[in-house]
Design a protein around this ligand. Structure first.
Ligand SMILES: [Zn+2]
Length: 93
């Protein structure tokens, strides 16, 4: 009973898709509504020290599981491929 999960409907910051999520467990990103980017990130993608104003006005935006999974896959590019990949690729005729 104490474990009940309150779900909310919101739009994914990345793909704009509307999805249902649990606020306590969803992946979120802080966004400065003035720039549409995380506080401290400029429109050119550079990072600088966020101003207190930018941090104060920033709101948390949810990210849907699809976009989280895609980001995780992109992150794997920096890591060596798992050994099972070679086995799968050499399994041809
Ligand atoms: Zn998304």
């Amino acid at each position: 009973m104490a474990d009940e999960q309150i779900t909310t409907i919101g739009g994914c910051y990345v793909c704009k898709r509307t999805f249902t999520f649990t606020p306590a467990s969803v992946m979120k990103v802080m966004i400065d509504p003035e720039t549409g980017l995380p506080p401290g990130v400029t429109v050119w993608g550079a990072f600088r020290e966020p101003t207190p104003e930018a941090t104060a006005r920033s709101v948390e935006r949810p990210i849907c599981p699809d976009c989280v999974a895609r980001a995780e896959r992109l992150g794997e590019f920096a890591q060596p491929p798992p050994p099972s990949f070679d086995t799968w690729r050499s399994g041809g005729p």
